[in-house]
Design a protein around this ligand. Structure first.
Ligand SMILES: NC(=O)c1ccc[n+]([C@@H]2O[C@H](COP(=O)([O-])OP(=O)(O)OC[C@H]3O[C@@H](n4cnc5c(N)ncnc54)[C@H](OP(=O)(O)O)[C@@H]3O)[C@@H](O)[C@H]2O)c1
Length: 326
């Protein structure tokens, strides 16, 4: 599969033990795709972030099950390639450019989808922009605010506002929010932009989901654990952990659409969410100490002229330079 990125060391990711651990951690995906076909055949399924990783694998799975898939992302060439492959295999797909950081782009996309298909049956909020960067490296980078909040929060919020009315009017529909189990973890230094934007959309979407449920529109939040995609690839240490492949995650999203549970999380998600407030103080002390020894990505460091930021708190830059773990 050209469009699913499974970074190396692939041998480890696909090792039977790593696969067994990942399956045990979950969440479990849909086993029988015949159930997905019964649910989505002939229906219109919007998949944001369909150009790479989980979104591409999800679009392909849903198209194979008879859905009309609406592929959206910024990389139109990749979406078109995917749409062509789906069509060649007998499926139905259409590619649209969507930049969630642009109000205009979201409005144009929503208008086009409503005009071309008359409405949406399933909306999969999958697009996302990750960022792990020490805050001193973002002092002069307002685009870190725009890219994360746009892709993870404000853009999906605008898209929901544009598509939800037609779903509510029809009295049916399902929304899947691909969130992260990180919002159930203790607050992590360096992940502020990513996790706050994912958490904000999670809260907003849940509030809206409770209102929409009364009109027959249901919501599943998938608090995803590690998935081996382009997003997690820059972190060498993540490549050594067991995680789901894009195809595993697509099966989880399929289960979300078929069974419509309110949440899907790895095994450790809910226990973590319960314990975190109770253990907040010791966890913040411990994590606050450990983070100083963990580095930024080489890309993050390169974003600062000459690799050094004069505003960095003392000690941190040296630690990053010596322990670039991403
Ligand atoms: N990978 C993990 O370990 C992990 C863990 C927890 C949760 N998640 C979540 O899982 C979802 C899928 O991520 P992935 O792992 O498949 O990552 P990925 O391979 O990097 O895919 C991200 C997708 O989002 C799209 N996107 C990014 N910014 C966008 C924007 N401004 N407008 C429209 N589309 C945009 C990208 O397409 P273009 O670049 O073409 O626009 C791409 O198709 C994300 O919501 C992520 O937060 C991932």
């Amino acid at each position: 599969m050209v469009y699913s990125v499974t970074p190396g060391p692939a041998r480890f990711v696909h090792h039977p033990v790593a696969r067994a651990v990942a399956a045990a951690i979950g969440p479990r995906g849909l086993r029988r795709t015949s159930r997905l076909r019964r649910e989505v055949e002939g229906k219109v399924v919007v998949v944001t972030g369909a150009s790479f990783g989980v979104g591409a694998a999800t679009a392909e799975l849903f198209a194979r099950s008879g859905a009309t898939v609406v592929l959206a992302a910024r990389s139109l060439d990749r979406l078109q390639e995917l749409a062509d492959r789906i069509t060649a295999a007998g499926g139905t797909a259409a590619a649209y450019r969507l930049d969630l950081t642009s109000e205009e782009s979201v409005a144009e996309f929503a208008d086009a989808v409503l005009a071309d298909f008359g409405g949406v049956d399933v909306l999969i909020h999958n697009a996302g922009k990750s960022l792990r960067r020490s805050v001193h490296l973002s002092y002069d980078r307002p685009k870190d605010i725009a890219s994360t909040n746009g892709a993870n929060y404000v853009g999906p919020m605008r898209l929901t506002l544009a598509l939800l009315p037609s779903m509510r009017e029809r009295g049916s529909g399902h929304i899947v929010n691909v969130s992260t189990v990180g919002v159930m973890f203790p607050v992590m230094p360096k992940w502020g932009f990513y996790l706050s934007s994912k958490a904000a959309f999670d809260w907003w979407m849940r509030a809206v989901g409770m209102e929409a449920r009364a009109d027959g529109v249901t919501l599943t939040t998938f608090y995803a654990g590690l998935m081996h995609t382009r997003m997690s690839a820059p972190s060498a240490w993540m490549r050594l952990l067991p995680g789901q492949t894009p195809q595993d995650a697509a099966r989880v999203i399929a289960r979300a659409v078929v069974d419509k549970p309110r949440t899907l999380t790895p095994l450790y998600g809910h226990p973590s969410a319960i314990l975190v407030p109770v253990l907040r103080l010791p966890l913040e002390v411990l994590i606050g100490f450990v983070y100083r020894f963990l580095g930024d990505t080489s890309a993050s460091l390169a974003s600062v002229v000459g690799g050094r930021n004069p505003q960095a708190p003392s000690g941190i830059e040296e630690a990053e330079a010596g322990h670039g773990v991403r």
